[in-house]
Design a protein around this ligand. Structure first.
Ligand code: HEC
Length: 264
């Protein structure tokens, strides 16, 4: 048999197994959902354990575990040191910021070496790379320009983001002092802190970002209050739209063609 025919035969068998399982489960609705992956399990036996779907007699005998699998036995428990390597999150209130400090001047030097190629020397953004600071940036209009200064609510999040994600080609490679210095520089570019600002774990949480109160922190949904109609409902075609968000400066996604609510 050529290898391509062998592959075809394998695919056909796999398809048959899936269909077969589906049918078996439909026939015994009380059966537990666990099913196909059991075919990979180690210990083999001839009949499915109690409570498993009946296996169609026409198919080859599957290999099933003798009891339900409760753990896979992969990997090993990480050490406290290994966990610490991943637990780098910094909270808005500054919890998680490590010791260290950095000033605006030093930040400017590091930024020009490691960041300016993409973000521009003064954060103005090269090409399509994100702008981190520009005087004229505005959140108004349907295509707002988001910068650190006009958008980000917390300076501590800037520290976290740079620490974990930048520079783009070598994330999480900066030392805490470097991240503090660059954070100070970017905040200064955005006129959020003065030139003599020193960023550290005490000063960053105190920085008041301009858009700090521009976010809605609670989830307003559901924001409609009609009860669902399940029977004798109005025909969609009989409903007229009296007002829409189209053309109003709400979100960029309100500019498409109006849905006439006609039956489709
Ligand atoms: C090779 C290009 C490149 C370099 C170099 C680079 N970045 Fe970035 N940066 C990006 C890209 C691309 C994004 C957008 C990533 C995304 O949205 O997932 C980004 C996003 C950011 C953002 C978030 C912008 C926002 O408002 O969403 C910050 C802050 C930032 N970079 C800081 C830095 C700093 C600081 C350095 C230097 C240590 C640096 N970047 C180096 C490409 C780069």
């Amino acid at each position: 048999m050529s290898s391509s025919r062998r592959i075809l035969a394998g695919v056909a068998l796999a398809g048959g197994l899936v269909l077969g399982l589906g049918a078996a489960q439909a026939a015994s609705p009380a059966a537990p959902a666990a099913s196909a992956p059991a075919a990979h399990a180690a210990s083999a036996q001839t009949a499915p354990p109690d409570g498993w779907p009946k296996w169609p007699a026409s198919l080859p005998t599957p290999h099933l575990p003798s009891k339900h699998v409760t753990q896979f036995g992969y990997g090993s428990t990480p050490s406290a040191e290994q966990i610490a390597g991943w637990a780098i999150a910094v909270a808005p209130d500054g919890a998680g910021l490590p010791p260290g400090h950095g000033n605006v001047d030093d930040g400017g030097n590091i930024f020009s070496q490691k960041c300016a190629v993409c973000h521009g020397t003064f954060g103005e953004g090269e090409g399509n790379y994100p702008k981190l600071a520009t005087g004229s940036a505005s959140l108004k209009g349907i295509q707002p320009t988001l910068t650190v200064g006009n958008y980000w609510p917390f300076a501590t999040t800037l520290w976290d983001y740079i620490n974990r994600a930048m520079p783009f080609y070598l994330p999480h490679s900066l030392k805490p002092n470097e991240v503090y210095a660059i954070t100070a520089y970017i905040l200064n570019l955005n006129n959020v802190v003065p030139e003599n600002f020193v960023a550290d774990q005490h000063s960053l949480p105190l920085v008041k970002m301009p858009n700090r109160h521009g976010f809605i922190w609670h989830d307003p949904r559901p924001d409609t209050h009609d009860t669902e109609c399940m029977h004798d409902c109005r025909q969609a075609s009989a409903i007229t739209i009296t007002s829409t968000a189209e053309g109003k400066p709400l979100t960029p996604r309100t500019t498409g063609p109006l849905d006439e609510m006609q039956p489709k």
